[in-house]
Design a protein around this ligand. Structure first.
Ligand SMILES: *Cc1c(COP(=O)(O)O)cnc(C)c1O
Length: 355
């Protein structure tokens, strides 16, 4: 493997004093990892350098045609002070899968993972200590060719930046209200819904703003053909508890294959819940919530881990899920998964990568 060159910053930033005020994605650490790609040459020049601006030609292809993909994962500080990652290989593999769909080069996953580990070693003092906090990791890949005209770029940049983030829930898991979007769609059959490409998020912002004006935290997307089948929420997959059974939309190419989703389904089975992946119609789920058959709804994703849904709004009908509070299934899955991520519980699935 190529050697990762490290250039340390000579002007370190002041680290945040109050970890309860971290928020999400506003503060970045002192260094970043970069590597370049050129067709015929592959990935080269892996390096850690001081965090700073990029200089780009205004005709850089990413700025026009949007070959841009990203990932999101976290480093956690254990009670004994050690630092660990949760399934980072899965993020690198998913980035390669996104890359293939966007006609970008597959990642050198091994080098990306080495770069990530080395970067976190350099930045270890930036991993916060308070319960619920973590160091958010954002790997990104963009196209660099300077030329107009829609085609695949020959050159790319892969980089990783880090951001200390606060506890998503400061006072226990708080249920959110979710707006079921019935005019805009997020993804279509044959499209790019399964990728973490930047354009997917640009296309989602308008619906998010409309939902926010109605008082809802997130949008729940329906399928792009019939607008009947539940897909997912902004950056979370959706799950519904029917007593001891957990039902979630099956992966169909338009849903993002969440690593939290996969982890939760694995843990749920190990904890004795029944798990079913299938096509889930919104009208049927609404009827099941009303009749009390469906007892809980929650989202799963790296940022919040588990986000209980207290209220759903679909075609102006508002529905409280269960009693509007977090239910026992969501709480159990949250405690188990965060317990493994922070080293409090045994990692029986070999998910943890220690630094
Ligand atoms: C990132 C993301 C998820 C969750 O994926 P995780 O790997 O669990 O973080 C779900 N849906 C969308 C649209 C996403 O972008």
């Amino acid at each position: 493997m190529q050697e990762i060159k490290v250039t340390l910053s000579t002007a370190l930033k002041q680290k945040p004093q109050d970890e309860s005020q971290l928020g999400f994605g506003r503060i970045f650490t002192d260094h970043m990892f970069l590597m370049n790609y050129e067709k015929g040459k592959g990935w080269y020049d892996p390096r850690i350098v001081p965090y700073g601006d990029f200089s780009m030609d205004p005709a850089s292809m990413v700025l026009h045609y949007g070959q841009a993909i990203f990932e999101g994962t976290k480093a956690y500080r254990r009670a004994d002070g050690e630092i660990q990652l949760f399934r980072p290989q899965a993020n690198m593999a998913r980035m390669s899968s996104s890359a293939q769909r966007m006609c970008m080069p597959a990642l050198d996953e091994e080098m990306a993972l080495e770069g990530l580990k080395k970067l976190i070693e350099v930045e270890k003092d930036w991993v916060p200590h308070q319960a619920g906090t973590s160091l958010y990791i954002r790997p990104t890949m963009i196209s660099l060719d300077v030329q107009l005209g829609v085609h695949a770029s020959n050159t790319y940049l892969f980089y990783i930046i880090l951001s200390p983030v606060g506890a998503y829930y400061k006072e226990g898991l708080k249920p959110v209200g979710i707006y079921v979007e019935d005019s805009y769609v997020r993804a279509v059959r044959g499209g790019v819904g399964f990728t973490k490409c930047a354009g997917n998020y640009a296309a989602s912002i308008l619906a998010g703003e409309v939902a926010a004006t109605k008082g809802y935290a997130q949008v729940l997307w329906l399928d792009g053909v019939e607008q009947r089948y539940i897909e997912e929420v902004g950056a979370m997959n959706m799950m519904f508890a029917y007593g001891k059974k957990i039902v979630t939309p099956a992966l169909n190419g338009s849903i993002l294959p969440g690593i939290t989703r996969n982890s939760v389904l694995t843990l749920a089975t190990q904890l004795g819940y029944e798990v079913e992946e299938k096509k889930l119609a919104i009208d049927e789920v609404f009827a099941d919530i009303k009749s009390g058959k469906c007892t809980e709804a929650f989202g799963t994703g790296t940022a919040a881990v588990i986000s209980p849904v207290g209220e759903l709004c679909w075609k102006d009908e508002k529905l409280t899920v269960g009693d509007g509070n977090i239910g026992p299934v969501a709480q159990k899955l949250y405690d188990t998964l965060t317990g493994i991520q922070t080293g409090k519980l045994a990692d029986e699935n070999n998910w943890i990568v220690k630094l």
